[in-house]
Design a protein around this ligand. Structure first.
Ligand SMILES: *Cc1c(COP(=O)(O)O)cnc(C)c1O
Length: 388
């Protein structure tokens, strides 16, 4: 039976075992064993040998994650960065070239430039991926990969996944989409032509700010086999306990995303009306330059908002330090609301001149709007803006 999204999010990978001797648990146990006994030397009796290679709790999560993106395969890692590392090590070799968006997760930028470029001689170009026409010119003979985040972090620019994938396919370049912000509930990049999806499960997929993890999701059997080999060879796997937490968290993904989206819609319109706010970046607003594209390629706009206040760095600090319900913290995607200052927190590793060139000003604030009562969130923001 082909299940729909919300049913898959709850059931795939956790089918109760009603065979003789099966316990019938409706929740997959946390299998802590590091090794699995067998009857014969030449094959593992249960299918499992050693927990780094494969573990039943992690396998249940991997099955669930693949089902959410309607893909054939998923692999779970110890963090989003571990997933990205294994993916890049699997797909690239020295001398290759990669196109990245000009505005992307700071950790990805650091990994690419300070590890893969410095140590492994891989070239990276940054392109404004909200303009697909610029991508054609940026593709070189040795380009292997285009890495998309959409919406981008923190400037909320939208990249047309379908248009970029079409250009890439013609040149035999692979397209990877970091789908952390939208989640498969709102956006399914593989259906739009991308080859591989990555997530930091730390964010919306787990959704409760109590686990760090990552995953790679894809349908290519050939790439999956190499990734599976490297997941075991490199060893940066997600633990059984974290696998359990994500399996549990993801069951409520649909209801959480609906509420994140609804709350963020209200907060962004509220911010737009304030005299203290210079600019609001949220794809759900009609005046977002790519609102139509956002509506076309995703079924929601998510819970992330960036905005600029008047008053520069001092104004931004005063706002952030006056919040009472929003915690001043990095990260995103949990049920609780968070606020942060990209220039001095998540994006501080980018030199100031470069930050300003791409538009991350000192007065920019990023919100991860949680699922609390909207009246409380509005009051909190109203009060903090009043302190400016
Ligand atoms: C957090 C994040 C990552 C990195 O994931 P970790 O789990 O922190 O290693 C990658 N991409 C995006 C968009 C993120 O928000």
């Amino acid at each position: 039976m082909k299940m729909r999204f919300e049913t898959r999010a709850i059931h795939v990978g956790e089918e109760p075992n009603l065979q003789p001797g099966g316990s019938g648990d409706v929740v997959v146990p946390i299998h802590l064993a590091s090794t699995f006994a067998r009857r014969e030397t030449d094959k593992p009796t249960s299918g499992y040998e050693y927990s780094r290679t494969a573990n039943p709790t992690r396998a249940a999560l991997e099955k669930r994650l693949a089902a959410l993106e309607d893909a054939k395969f998923a692999l779970a890692f110890a963090s989003g960065m571990a997933a990205e590392t294994v993916l890049l090590l699997t797909l690239l070799k020295p001398g290759d070239h990669v196109i990245l968006s000009d505005d992307l997760y700071g950790g990805t930028k650091r990994l690419c430039h300070h590890v893969f470029q410095e140590n492994f001689k891989i070239g990276f170009s940054h392109v404004d991926l909200s303009r697909p026409e610029d991508i054609r010119d940026a593709i070189k003979r040795n380009t292997k990969l285009i890495w998309i985040e959409t919406p981008t972090n923190p400037l909320m620019k939208i990249c047309d996944i379908k248009a970029v994938s079409k250009i890439a396919r013609k040149k035999s370049v692979l397209v990877v989409v970091d789908n952390t912000f939208m989640t498969p509930y709102f956006q399914q990049p593989l259906k739009l032509g991308a080859d591989v999806v990555v997530h930091s499960t730390t964010k919306y997929l787990n959704g409760h700010s109590d686990s760090v993890g990552g995953c790679i999701i894809l349908s290519s059997e050939e790439i999956h086999e190499k990734l599976r080999f490297n997941q075991n060879a490199l060893g940066a796997i997600l633990s059984p306990f974290d696998s359990y937490l994500v399996l549990r968290g993801v069951k409520t993904l649909a209801v959480r995303m609906e509420k994140h989206n609804k709350n963020a819609m209200t907060i962004s319109s509220f911010l737009e009306k304030s005299r203290k706010v210079k600019k609001v970046l949220y794809p759900g607003l009609e005046n977002h330059p790519q609102h139509e594209l956002a509506k076309k390629q995703a079924s929601g706009f998510g819970g992330m908002i960036s905005f600029e206040v008047y008053g520069g760095l001092r104004g931004a600090r005063r706002f952030l330090e006056s919040l009472k319900i929003f915690s001043l913290a990095e990260s995103l995607g949990g049920v609780e609301s968070l606020a942060e200052h990209p220039a001095s927190m998540t994006h501080s590793s980018i030199p100031k001149k470069e930050r300003e060139r791409i538009g991350i000003s000192d007065s920019l604030i990023r919100l991860s709007v949680g699922i609390e009562d909207i009246a409380d969130l509005k009051e909190d923001i109203h009060h903090a803006l009043g302190r400016l």
